[in-house]
Design a protein around this ligand. Sequence first.
Ligand SMILES: [Zn+2]
Length: 162
Amino acid sequence: MRPLINIRHLERKSVPLQGELTAAELDLENLDELIHVSDSLNYDLEAEKVDQAILVQGRLSLMLECECARCLRPFQHELELPDWACHLPLDGPDRVDVVNDVVDLTPFIREDILLEFPQHPLCGTNCKGLPARKPGRVKQSSGASPSSEVSSPWSELNKLKF
Ligand SMILES: [Zn+2]
């Protein structure tokens, strides 16, 4: 459910906004090979009118399904913005789009959530990465069969997933 603010309602008092935004509504699907958004974003916000602007403040949280950039292990990473704030002018050159008295907060939430995405997701700060391969054991371009005894990162990953 998109967080929509009716600016008429703000004339008298602040308006609470609570709900969930799906990955599809946020357009956060298939953005990154190592980061997937499988769950909805939770928002718990309050909007008020301050002078000729809307001020929105509150909490955003989103669970990310990541793959470690070093060892490929899947792990979860919770993005939490406990003091998110957004200032939306209703006047001037930067004024926000208002359609039928309604402002959609979705693009502003999306923008700030994207900035919080890990640039280089790691399962842990001390991740050692994949076990070093012993020289001489790895066959080069000899068409290793799927039943090969050599443990690859992908077979390790498959064991974790199934
Ligand atoms: Zn790792």
